[in-house]
Design a binder for this molecule. Structure first.
Ligand code: AP5
Length: 237
């Protein structure tokens, strides 16, 4: 998501208050727990980019580049894209200039192999992660959220047909792009994504707990309440 001038001003004053310039955040949580919704708001609030591996892959699919063609077959089934592909993407992205003051990782890491590679990378680049925010949401709520989700095809902002409506039906509030329903948000694919999450990604909760980086947040609250809690966690980092 592009960073506007107002959010840079907010970030500058935030930086002055906390006395250092970097804020590096990882979001953990099952599909539909609200990672994208909150990461996008925090990106604007703190003036640091949201890095969504799901969005990067979906853009590659739309633009029919090699990476997208390879990723689509995994994504359509709700399976994970191979680790080496994802690790390469994130390594390139966190090296870009707009990540100088930090970043919010949304959807990465998702396996222990990805987490260990990222640890190595951040150590070599001297860019330690400050906090891992873990959103907890029960399975049936996830299914309800994803089956009703609508996404902007241009800027990827998320909406929901019951909980988070756009002002104008089918149109994005942010950029006036058209909203669509993701193919991997069909119920059978959502249930497979949840199975993959439990088997492969959930172990990362312990992984980061042991490193003393984990902050668990109730993801079943209202969007605004969760956002306030997350801001208060990040402001005192
Ligand atoms: P990705 O796009 O990352 O999907 P995901 O992690 O499954 O997460 P979602 O985007 O579905 O959910 P979210 O937690 O962001 O929730 P959101 O805020 O949208 O990945 C897609 C695929 O790409 C993967 O399956 C895999 O194939 C591949 N991939 C990506 N990264 C990979 C990696 N690292 N390794 C390997 N493969 C990878 O919210 C959901 C809905 O709920 C929205 O409608 C929203 O409006 C609503 N909502 C949000 N919060 C609330 C709330 N508090 N109350 C009510 N409604 C809410």
């Amino acid at each position: 998501m592009p960073i506007n001038k107002a959010s840079l001003i907010v970030f500058e004053s935030f930086v002055k208050q906390r006395g250092r310039r970097k804020l590096r955040v990882i979001f953990l949580g099952p599909p539909g727990s609200g990672k994208g919704t909150q990461a996008s708001r925090l990106s604007e609030r703190f003036g640091i980019p949201q890095i969504s591996t799901g969005d990067i892959l979906r853009n590659a699919i739309v633009n029919k580049i090699g990476l997208g063609i390879k990723a689509k077959e995994y994504m359509d089934k709700g399976e994970l894209v191979p680790d080496d592909v994802i690790i390469g993407i994130v390594g390139d992205r966190v090296n870009q200039q707009d990540c100088e003051n930090g970043f919010i990782l949304d959807g990465f890491p998702r396996t222990v192999v990805q987490a260990e590679s990222f640890d190595k990378m951040t150590e070599e680049m001297s860019i330690p992660v400050d906090v891992v925010l873990s959103l907890n949401v029960n399975e049936e709520m996830v299914v309800k959220r994803l089956c009703g989700r609508m996404v902007c095809k241009d800027c990827s902002t998320n909406y929901h047909i019951d909980f988070n409506l756009p002002k104008k039906k089918g149109i994005c509030d942010q950029c006036s792009g058209k909203l669509y329903h993701r193919p991997d948000d069909e119920e059978d694919v959502v249930r497979n994504r949840l199975r993959v999450y439990k088997e492969t990604t959930e172990p990362l909760i312990d992984y980061y707990q042991q490193k003393g980086l984990l902050r668990a947040i109730d993801g079943e609250e209202k969007i605004e309440n969760i956002f306030k809690q997350l801001v208060s966690v990040l402001e005192v980092m």
